[in-house]
Design a protein around this ligand. Structure first.
Ligand SMILES: *[C@@H]1O[C@H](CO)[C@@H](O)[C@H](O)[C@H]1NC(C)=O
Ligand SMILES: *[C@@H]1O[C@H](CO)[C@@H](O)[C@H](O)[C@H]1NC(C)=O
Length: 260
């Protein structure tokens, strides 16, 4: 009996040990499936995934696919590759602000649906972005605080997307196709000029100058021609004048003679 008792106690202890070991490994495992510095939460009934200020240099893998709001702000992400958020069909808000993003691949936001209603790309290092990147999105977008190049591409992009209303005046041209637009708010620039028509205007001007050049050449040739002819005509006239003068003199003398 005591032997049996000892065996039972022993096995219970073994079982508890094993159980806790399994629990510990499970806990450890689930902790490591989230990227370092990221944690999930439930906020106002929305599944939120926060990776703010986590020293990330790229979009983390293994973001739960039922995430509604994703915060990746204040990191060092430089590049958004194709299909970066493809497995997040429930995403409604995406905050990529305060990173070092310089480029977005044209399929960067592919897979994000009409659910996405807010996209924050403010305070990054975007200079130009192909409008294709946003082609399937309907989200309100904050593009402020980037070193934009104000050109036709940006004009087309901003025409396509829905700008976050509070942010639209903070889209400033860092550089521009026409120097005088640099450092001005984008919306102020496009009030006065169509950035997609500057090229057309310059070709129009070039055409006008060429046509004017041709016209001037034709006119000057005409003037030269007329002058030359005038000279000839004058000489010819003088010659002609000299002929009938003799004739008229002789006529005069003949009439005089008849009178006499
Ligand atoms: C998330 O992924 C699981 C399996 O990987 C799938 O069963 C589930 O439907 C997915 N959820 C969403 C919202 O796509
Ligand atoms: C857009 O982003 C800038 C910079 O992060 C921020 O100051 C501003 O409040 C944002 N605008 C809106 C409407 O969220």
């Amino acid at each position: 009996m005591p032997l049996m008792d000892r065996f039972l106690r022993h096995s219970i202890a073994m079982w508890l040990l094993l159980h806790s070991f399994v629990l510990i490994t499970l806990c450890f495992h689930s902790a490591t499936t989230f990227p370092k510095g990221c944690y999930p939460a439930e906020e106002d009934g929305y599944k939120t995934f926060r990776c703010s200020n986590a020293l990330l240099t790229e979009i983390p893998k293994d973001i739960p696919n039922d995430t509604n709001k994703l915060f990746l702000d204040f990191n060092q992400i430089t590049f958004i590759p194709n299909d970066a958020f493809r497995n997040l069909p429930a995403l409604m808000e995406l905050d990529l602000s305060h990173n070092a993003i310089t480029s977005l691949e044209s399929g960067a936001f592919r897979g994000l649906s009409e659910n996405l209603h807010s996209l924050d790309l403010s305070s990054n290092r975007l200079v130009t972005v192909n409008k294709e990147v946003f082609s399937s999105l309907k989200a309100r977008t904050n593009l402020s605080g980037n070193p934009w190049l104000c050109d036709c591409m940006l004009q087309e992009l901003i025409r396509l997307i829905e700008l976050d209303p509070g942010s639209s005046n903070e889209i400033v041209c860092n550089t521009a196709v026409q120097d005088e637009h640099a450092k001005k708010p984008f919306l102020q620039v496009v009030k006065d000029v169509d950035l997609c028509n500057i090229y057309k205007k310059t070709t129009d001007v070039a055409m006008l100058i060429t046509m004017f050049g041709w016209f001037a050449m034709v006119i000057s040739y005409l003037i030269y021609y007329v002058r030359q002819n005038q000279e000839d005509a004058r000489r010819h006239l003088e010659y002609l004048k000299s002929l009938p003068n003799k004739q008229s003199k002789s006529e005069e003398s003949s009439t005089i003679s008849t009178v006499v």
